[in-house]
Design a protein around this ligand. Structure first.
Ligand SMILES: [Ca+2]
Length: 377
């Protein structure tokens, strides 16, 4: 924990790659790697979607409040590259880590229909007195090499420029803001009034785990998350199908306009939105595409799907034993899924259901939240 928080404190948000660092990742794919995975040429023999086969088991009892039963079953996991490798160097090209498409079986589970809200997180904090990572003032003992002036509690906030900028580094639109945390999502002058039904943000991985423990739930594995998000469809680009707009209507809270300096609000939401403002998928899940990214319990490796595919059908995979991200070697990361209100076809298209994100565990941002699952008792 201490070592990883150094990323945010001493280096200032190097590790905020919740769909943020994809430009960096893409560039570094072209450079020699010091360590890590072998070349990731997709295996054409396995790189195709096959039908989803949901189990026909009924829910094991009444649904816990705010949750639905996911029957589990066998499905094809991963993302194709529909735009071609030259179409978008900071977008779909970086979906190499979502291939090969491979067969996975997951057992049934309950899942939250929405992202965890500020109202829900406030109940947890009221009951436990929990203090999130972003609210804790880092100490010199924890970070002996950090300049004292950097030992300030805060978090990472989207801070768009007022003019077009190259999309080569996310430092152009992300800032470490002193005093930003879940209670003050845009910084000390902001608060939660009127935002009770917005997803909680600025939560680190350990904050998400603490909330889950209190709620009697757990974070989803990446395979569980994707099975649920696909809603029984096979190989669809989005949780609802293959067309981004349905009858001209937006189906998810994403970014419209020139990224990052212009937001046209064409989907009726400038920035983050309250949960469940767009239609649910066929399993009844809201915002599995867009609004905020969601922590998964798997460690991130770009070659994990290749490892799984080599072993035939994967049963309840729980992620690799360790983490490696070629864009930031030495910084362990957990998987993020679903994309956010900042994803656009110009940058990060991670609202596409099979695509992946990743982030350093102690780093929260104002577009990263929580959705939890629960095992049948
Ligand atoms: Ca989401």
């Amino acid at each position: 924990m201490a070592r990883s928080k150094l990323v945010a404190i001493a280096l200032i948000v190097v590790g905020t790659a919740a769909g943020i660092g994809f430009a960096l990742m893409t560039r570094e794919h072209e450079a020699p790697r010091a360590a890590g995975p072998a070349a990731m040429e997709p295996d054409a023999a396995t790189d195709a979607f096959e039908a989803t086969i949901p189990r026909e088991t009924a829910a094991p009892g009444p649904a816990p409040e705010g949750m639905v039963w996911i029957p589990g079953g066998e499905f094809s996991m991963g993302a194709a590259d529909p735009l071609g490798k030259d179409a978008n160097v900071v977008g779909m090209q970086a979906t190499e880590d979502s291939r090969p498409i491979h067969r996975v079986v997951v057992d049934g589970f309950w899942i939250d229909t929405t992202e965890v809200t500020n109202r829900q997180f406030a109940e947890f904090v009221k009951a436990t007195g929990y203090v999130t990572v972003a609210e804790r003032k880092p100490t010199q003992e924890e970070f002996p090499d950090a300049p004292p002036e950097n030992l300030i509690a805060g978090s990472v906030v989207f801070s768009p420029p007022d003019h077009a900028v190259p999309l080569d580094t996310h430092f152009r639109w992300w800032s470490y803001v002193d005093g930003a945390n879940w209670r003050h999502p845009a910084g000390p002058d902001s608060d939660l009034r009127g935002r009770e039904d917005f997803p909680v943000v600025h939560v680190a991985y350990e904050d998400a785990e603490a909330y889950a423990k209190w709620a009697g739930k757990r974070l989803p594995t990446e395979a569980e998350w994707e099975f649920a998000a696909r809603g029984g469809l096979s190989g669809a680009l989005y949780p609802w199908g293959d067309e981004f707009l349905v009858d001209g209507s937006f189906m998810a809270n994403t970014h419209q306009g020139h990224f990052p300096n212009e937001d046209t609000h064409a989907d009726a939401h400038g920035g983050i939105a309250p949960v469940a403002q767009f239609p649910a998928n066929a399993y009844g899940l809201y915002d599995v595409a867009g609004n905020v990214w969601e922590w998964n319990s798997d460690w991130y490796r770009p070659d994990y799907y290749r490892q799984l595919a080599a072993g035939g059908v994967a049963r309840n995979p729980r992620g690799p034993a360790d983490s490696f991200d070629p864009s930031e070697p030495g910084i362990p990361k957990r998987v993020h899924r679903g994309g956010s209100f900042l994803c656009t076809e110009q940058y990060c298209s991670r609202y596409m259901v099979g695509t992946r994100g990743k982030g350093e565990p102690s780093t929260g941002t104002n577009h990263l939240g929580i959705r939890l699952v629960k095992d049948p008792s």
